[in-house]
Ligand binder design. Structure first.
Ligand code: B12
Length: 471
């Protein structure tokens, strides 16, 4: 079959390691896969891509932030009569919302490799596709909702993700890699506890063997030989210390810097030192809130300020840059709490950070908390938007204040003097306009950065790694 894959992100073109994995298993079965990263700025190109590739099947991968974009895309595709299958985290946790979208032929919940192979085989051979585990299918005006199959026990049985599908669109200076699935923690805003409820906690966390992981990286580097860094996206990269030690000792052969996610409370000096010696240049760790009560009671991340401060000191001591994840608009949060989050980042001297507006994703404990208290925006036009607007309204803070701090957070933390005053004033004016100007500027910025990356790829610019991989 000729299969076209779309990954959706309203804001910018984004890779999908999930689709790379699916492309690998489908290619193994002789199917031809191509990929296109859809965002608002290139939605109008989609039909010409479909005409050019002439697929027999379209796969769409989506997170909850992309439902509106998905609806728009489906409207564009409905005239093509090509079967469309949805998958990814949103169809997994909110399947009813997805299967009822006009034009959807089927959706896949949970891990896609085995169900997709079964579905494609059934479609090709004309067999009945209505009884495949993980797959919900629409047929003769009926919806067949099949149960989940158990998680695939041994991840090493899968082929290496197919990075070639990204080559046309991304010139990864930093290659994204993921070597495990699952997480043992239950942060209330994250999808992991939701998936654990679906699948059962047993065997939920699985990791590739060290040998598979090393070979996976080798393959990725062959596809992107100019990449100068690796980013490990695993939720729990540093959890299994024995695995980590073995992995780092073998990874060092690449002589390539990397960054990874880590929880402050799991870090100890030995681990930080080992990471640093193996080439770790940045640790991404979540603070989320500067208020301990919100962190532990609302977000279910029991971690003291002292732990965060002490571990940050150690990270810096070993010459690793610190990137933090933060949220504002958390239920129960006040303006003072937001300022505490800024202050905590200042105390630990975060080198850079990511800020999100707290998003109560479907089926998470955080969502249930908001629903129970009537804190979700009911009538507003942004109810389905998980990107730039706060959809949580509590008596503790005006939602527009949250939007203002979303714009001003970085400036308050990093800017000084006149720059700070000018930016704060501009953000204040912009937030009154419902963020529209800001969102437009952001889209332009992402678009130009992306184009610039492609020009660099075309000109063959980019740093060579200090060691080449033997092919
Ligand atoms: C890597 C990652 C990113 C990367 C790449 C994202 C991407 N495009 O895949 C980056 C940094 C860009 C990113 C950005 C964001 N992310 Co993110 N990210 C992750 C992370 C850590 C791993 C995802 C991954 O690669 N998993 C490994 C692959 C193999 O699994 P997979 O993607 O789930 O795919 C499998 C199945 O879902 C299925 N499948 C997937 N697509 C399809 C399609 C079809 C047709 C079929 C049949 C099957 C199928 O088959 C695959 C193989 O089994 C997850 C957390 C997690 N542990 O899953 C969060 C996660 C997906 N991200 C999340 C969020 C919130 C975001 C952002 C909105 C953050 C922000 N505020 O900007 C953006 C959204 C970007 C977007 N729309 O793409 C949430 C999503 C929650 C939700 N309900 O939507 C997650 C679940 C983390 C969380 N807090 O719960 N993210």
């Amino acid at each position: 079959m000729n299969i076209l894959m779309f990954h959706l992100n309203p804001i910018r073109p984004t890779f999908s390691l999930g689709l790379a994995q699916l492309s690998a298993v489908l290619s193994q079965k002789g199917h031809k896969c191509s990929f296109f990263p859809v965002f608002k700025g290139n939605l109008s190109n989609v039909l010409s891509i479909v005409q050019k590739t002439a697929p027999n099947l379209i796969l769409i991968s989506l997170h909850s932030d992309s439902l509106i974009l998905c609806k728009e895309l489906m409207e564009m595709l409905c005239g093509t009569k090509i079967p469309i299958v949805l998958g990814g985290i949103h169809p997994t946790i909110a399947p009813e919302e997805c299967i009822t979208l006009a034009g959807v032929y089927a959706l896949c919940r949970g891990e896609g490799e085995d169900p997709l192979i079964d579905l494609v085989a059934a479609m090709e051979s004309g067999q009945d596709p209505t009884g495949i585990e993980n797959v919900w299918v629409k047929k003769d005006q009926k919806i067949y909702r099949n149960p989940l199959r158990p998680l695939h026990r041994c991840l090493d049985e899968f082929p290496f993700p197919d990075y070639t599908i990204f080559r046309e669109f991304f010139n990864f200076e930093i290659i994204p890699v993921i070597l495990s699935r699952g997480c043992p923690f239950d942060c209330s805003y994250c999808c992991n506890h939701t998936l654990k409820k679906l699948y059962g906690a047993k065997n939920y966390l699985r990791r590739h063997s060290v040998n598979y992981s090393i070979e996976n990286i080798e393959q990725a580097l062959k596809v992107f030989p100019l990449s100068s860094e690796i980013e490990f996206f695993d939720d729990t990269f540093i959890l299994d210390k024995a695995w980590l030690k073995d992995f780092l000792s073998k990874f060092s052969q690449f002589g390539i810097p990397f960054s990874c996610n880590a929880r402050f409370d799991l870090l100890d000096e030995d681990t930080i030192e080992a990471l640093s010696s193996a080439g770790c240049v940045r640790i991404n760790a979540a603070i989320e809130s500067g208020n301990f009560r919100l962190r532990s009671d609302v977000l279910k991340r029991e971690m003291s300020d002292d732990t965060i401060i002490e571990k940050s000191r150690l990270i810096k001591k070993h010459g690793i840059r610190l990137f933090t994840h933060n949220m504002i608009g958390i239920p129960g949060e006040t303006e003072e709490d937001i300022l505490k989050t800024i202050q905590l980042n200042r105390t630990i001297q975060a080198d850079s950070l990511h800020l999100s507006i707290c998003a109560p994703y479907p089926s998470t404990d955080l969502r249930f908390l908001c629903e129970k208290n009537g804190w979700l925006e009911k009538q507003g036009k942004h109810t389905d938007s998980f990107c730039d607007f706060s959809i949580i309204g509590t008596p503790y803070i005006d939602r527009r204040k949250v939007n203002y701090y979303f714009l001003a957070f970085h400036s308050i933390l990093y800017d000084r003097g006149l720059t700070l005053i000018i930016k704060k004033t501009a953000f204040w004016v912009m937030h009154l306009g419902d963020n529209r100007l800001y969102r437009w500027l952001r889209s332009v910025r992402f678009f130009t950065t992306w184009k610039w990356q492609r020009i660099r790829a075309w000109l063959n610019l980019g740093k060579f790694r200090n060691q080449d991989i033997t092919v």
